[in-house]
Design a protein around this ligand. Structure first.
Ligand SMILES: Nc1ncnc2c1ncn2[C@@H]1O[C@H](COP(=O)(O)OP(=O)(O)OP(=O)(O)O)[C@@H](O)[C@H]1O
Ligand SMILES: [Mg+2]
Length: 244
């Protein structure tokens, strides 16, 4: 077990260094060229500056994700659990990704019954998880396909499902929650992430008393499921005390 933990740790560090080296190498190369004045045309200079900008954002995002991962793992994030309007959050997420979805010709649909109860969650962390799920769907669904976000009440839990066709690069529904897993490692830069979003989201979901997992249905839709406890209807404070 100790040996296994060491190996996981080694692989993690190797991944981190690799993921940092790639953007940093291009940052150094392109910024050097900009400093040198060795780029001939304005167009090329703009292109180089754009790459510098995008790669810097990627490094920053990765630093934030690693920090989040460390925090959830050591249990040092503080959660503020309250009753959260899940339907409202989903609508908001959808509105946020809509411009990107339209750019990729995706149809976004939401299917949430009007009587869905609020969930017991930390609103900011819930936002982070939903944001990761919607960002993935809009990023990886094949152009022209449909992304569906639905929710339903099962027992005392609310299950949210975000589904989309996988296209040719079907991810492994179990391994996709591993750190740095990417179904298509050739996607890089703005087109792909570093593979930490779902690993973090899974930790956040379980920290909130919920669960995050995925499967692929018959027609080939990836379905990412998030369950969270339904918020209990608040007891009126003035309820008469029960006498024994
Ligand atoms: N909705 C989806 N449809 C198809 N493939 C997906 C979907 N969500 C995730 N994947 C696959 O699972 C991999 C891991 O997803 P994850 O969100 O953890 O990382 P990422 O999106 O690559 O990077 P990050 O989220 O850290 O920016 C993705 O690279 C992609 O291959
Ligand atoms: Mg992601």
């Amino acid at each position: 077990a100790v040996e296994r933990a060491r190996r996981v740790q080694r692989e993690f560090l190797a991944n981190v260094s690799h993921e940092l080296k790639t953007p940093l190498t291009s940052l150094i190369g392109f910024s050097q060229a900009l400093v040198d004045g060795s780029i001939a045309t304005d167009l090329e200079r703009t292109r180089a500056a754009t790459i510098v900008h995008e790669e810097s954002e990627r490094v920053l995002r990765m630093a934030q994700e690693l920090l989040d991962l460390a925090r959830v793992e050591t249990g040092s994030i503080s959660l503020h659990i309250t009753a959260v309007d899940l339907a409202g959050h989903l609508q908001q997420e959808l509105a946020m990704v809509r411009p990107r979805a339209e750019g990729r010709d995706l149809v976004l649909e939401i299917d949430v019954p009007s009587d869905i109860p609020p969930v017991a969650a930390d609103p900011e962390r819930l936002h982070q998880v939903l944001d990761n799920l919607m960002d993935n769907a809009v990023k990886y669904a094949p152009a022209g396909s449909k992304v569906l976000a639905s929710a339903r009440l099962i027992g005392g839990s609310v299950e949210t499902v975000v589904s989309n066709p996988t296209g040719p690069n079907a991810p492994d529904a179990e391994r996709m929650f591993e750190r740095f897993y990417r179904a298509d490692p050739s996607r890089s830069g703005a087109a792909g992430g570093v593979g930490l979003g779902l690993a973090i989201s899974k930790e956040l979901a379980s920290a909130m008393g919920g669960r995050l997992w995925a499967d692929i249905d018959g027609p080939g839709n990836l379905r990412v499921h998030l369950t969270l406890p339904a918020a209990k209807a608040r007891q009126p404070a003035s309820l008469p005390a029960v006498t024994a």
